[in-house]
Design a protein around this ligand. Structure first.
Ligand SMILES: C[S@@+](CC[C@H](N)C(=O)[O-])C[C@H]1O[C@@H](n2cnc3c(N)ncnc32)[C@H](O)[C@@H]1O
Length: 157
């Protein structure tokens, strides 16, 4: 089965090169960007104001190929791709929870963005803690990696 999605918009961010970019919104605190929504979808933005955070689902368009075992940004060991948030995947979809600052017509001003400039937006959803938060969540390999050390800073030197 082939699935074809059309972008509903495009991300504008300060990041024009992958090198040196933040690896997650939590590591991009205060970084401003815009999600521009194409005119035919603007009506669907109604009632989004009032949500402090939104989920941006993006097509990571500069992703090239994938490996099923990867060394993630936060570690030095190989782990199964689907146990990571690595951008190179069979379907390179990025999921970013960003802060919604303002909506002006078809432009959503956001903060904490970890997405490259020009990235196609596939969908926008409100972030609802009740739906997403799992206080009982465990972190698998990432839990022990965090205990060892966080390597993201070194990776992007
Ligand atoms: C680890 S991914 C995480 C993205 C999203 N928060 C997620 O968890 O799905 C973020 C990294 O993807 C890469 N990236 C961002 N935008 C991209 C794009 N349009 N194409 C390919 N890679 C991208 C950058 O290396 C960035 O640091």
């Amino acid at each position: 089965m082939k699935i074809g999605y059309q972008p509903i918009g495009v991300v504008h961010s300060p990041f024009t090169e992958i090198e040196g970019m933040p690896i997650q919104p939590s590591r991009a605190k205060g970084v401003s960007g815009t999600a521009e929504v194409f005119p035919q979808y603007v009506e669907g933005l109604a009632d989004l104001e009032g949500f402090s955070h939104i989920i941006l689902l993006c097509h990571l368009h500069r992703s090239r190929g994938f490996r099923l075992k990867v060394v993630p940004f936060l570690d030095t060991e190989l782990w199964g791709l689907f146990a990571t948030r690595a951008p190179n995947r069979p379907n390179p979809i990025g999921l970013s929870v960003v802060c919604l600052v303002d909506i002006e017509q078809n432009r959503l001003s956001v903060k904490d963005i970890d997405i490259l400039d020009g990235t196609p937006v596939l969908d926008i959803k409100p972030y609802v803690p009740e739906f997403n938060e799992r206080t009982e969540a465990t972190l698998g390999w990432l839990g022990s990696a965090r205990k060892r050390k966080a390597l993201s800073g070194e990776r992007f030197k």
